[in-house]
Design a protein around this ligand. Structure first.
Ligand code: CA
Length: 479
């Protein structure tokens, strides 16, 4: 049965915006008044996780409702096959007007450009912060390229607002606003450049992490604030003569201030979209979602970037406002993932998810009802093994409410950005109840032997269920 009224869908998706840089998630370092409006008017999800913490794979999972080994975008390298089913395509077939503005990052050219959108304009590759180039569909089926003057977050919002103003009001819409911000190299606009100038931003507890009591992967990663940054990141010479602790503290201030300035512009522009929905009388009938393709290390563990299954990078902010169905100011702690977004959007439009989608609609959670059989665990896999840029070891794992088990399987695949030198396989287990910062690997602690056995079996089961394949000697391990 179709609902009497089909809601509009507005998804604002940013790039690398960690939940702990939104004040509605309890940020200690910034305020995001407009993003907080979404939380205050709707529901905040505290355990929304990505299934592979890197841009393109997460974006493909959001669109298709499938895991990377299914949609094929396992790393940044394989482009997206735009013949795959996506939620915008299904909505379009059911009478929605669909549009995408901003970051695509899933390949260019006829086989990879956006499909399922009536209107689109996207940044080529990562795009740039100032006077960005946009690709748009041309009359002859080719893409046209043109510069749009201004700051990228403002320009993308302008495109979205122009489209909203010009649309046919009789038709429900699905609008995806995909910001480049706050992705590296964190270039703020003039309006926000003055923020934090005379302040010291609080440091995260783990900024000076020494990577003890964990496997070898953490210390091996080339993601340390200062140590692995460039002049482009810091906008000044990197003071390589500093001892590492001092370098991290210095670089953290440089980095985090720019990151937060870029976030402040996102927040303002979210406010512009929310204001428009209010003025146009659309707020009641529009599902507004704010999320980011993954989390990010904001100096946590001494790092920037993402990739690891550790909390700061695994967790996605997810705010949803839909006054007809979601009580204002509510919070949900159930586990949901980026694979579940597509089925959710379709469900809200009254459309069953196509059989190929692996995720599950969490619409009942929006109403405050958790089904008895709701998943108690999620599956994660990072594929880009030990690449020269970041040296993060490939891994897969399972996260439950209480524990996280990670297996670094030590080998890459044949993709050019996933085939770094092999590393010795290793396991990590974290007890999130007593060690939420994930500083103490208890995998080899005899007190956790039963937990290791149970979680290893659960990981193998979950891996089979989603159709992924174990690598190396993991099967039947757990000792
Ligand atoms: Ca990203």
């Amino acid at each position: 049965m179709m609902p009497a009224r089909r809601p509009n869908v507005l998804m604002i998706l940013t790039d690398d915006h960690a939940a702990h840089a939104l004040s509605c998630y309890g940020s200690r370092i910034n305020t995001t008044p407009h993003l907080d409006r979404i939380a205050a008017g709707g529901m905040r999800f505290d355990n929304c996780f990505c299934t592979n913490s890197i841009c393109a794979p997460s974006r493909a999972s959001i669109l298709t409702g499938t895991y990377p080994h299914v949609h094929g975008v396992t790393t940044l390298c394989p482009p997206f096959d735009n013949r795959l089913e996506t939620f915008p395509k299904v909505l379009q077939r059911h009478g929605y007007r669909t549009a995408l503005f901003g970051k695509w990052h899933l390949g260019e050219g006829p086989e990879h450009r956006p499909t399922g959108f009536d209107d689109w304009a996207v940044l080529p590759g990562q795009g740039r912060y100032f006077n960005p180039i946009f690709l748009e569909p041309g009359a002859d089926g080719e893409e046209t390229r043109g510069v749009k003057r201004g700051y990228v977050t403002d320009v993308i919002t302008d495109l979205a607002l122009d489209w909203l103003r010009g649309r046919d009001a009789q038709q429900p819409f699905c609008l995806l606003v995909h910001h480049k911000a706050p992705h590296r190299p964190w270039l703020p606009d003039e309006r926000h450049a003055h923020l934090y100038l005379d302040e010291t931003v609080p440091e995260p507890e783990t900024l000076l992490d020494d990577y003890r009591n964990r496997g070898a992967a953490a210390a091996a990663a080339h993601m340390r604030v200062g140590v692995h940054m460039t002049m482009r990141d810091l906008k000044c010479e990197v003071p390589v003569e500093f001892p590492e602790d001092e370098l991290r503290r210095f670089a953290y201030q440089r980095y985090i201030k720019d990151y937060l300035r870029v976030v402040a512009s996102v927040d303002d522009n979210v406010g512009r979209l929310l204001d428009y929905l209010d003025e146009a009388g659309l707020a009641e009938d529009t599902v507004v979602v704010y999320s980011s393709d993954q989390g990010f290390f904001l100096g946590d563990h001494g790092w920037y970037d993402k990739r690891f299954m550790y909390e700061e990078s695994l967790r996605m902010p997810f705010l949803v406002r839909y006054p007809r169905e979601v009580a204002a100011g509510t919070v949900n702690g159930d586990i949901v993932t980026n694979v579940d977004f597509a089925p959710l959007f379709l469900d809200l439009a009254g459309i069953p998810a196509p059989a190929g989608m692996q995720g599950r609609s969490f619409r009942p959670l929006l109403r405050g009802e958790t089904p008895a059989d709701w998943p108690q665990a999620m599956y994660y896999r990072y594929w880009a093994h030990n690449t020269p840029s970041h040296h993060v070891h490939a891994h897969y794992g399972i996260r439950t409410r209480a524990f996280k088990l990670i297996y670094y399987y030590g080998v890459g695949s044949d993709l050019p950005d996933a085939n770094g030198e092999p590393t010795p396989p290793e396991w990590e287990l974290f007890d999130l109840r007593t060690d939420p910062r994930e500083l103490n690997n208890v995998y080899h602690d005899p007190a956790y032997a039963a937990v290791v056995r149970e979680l290893t079996a659960a990981l193998e089961r979950l891996q089979r269920e989603v159709g992924d394949t174990p690598v190396g000697p993991s099967t039947g391990a757990g000792t």
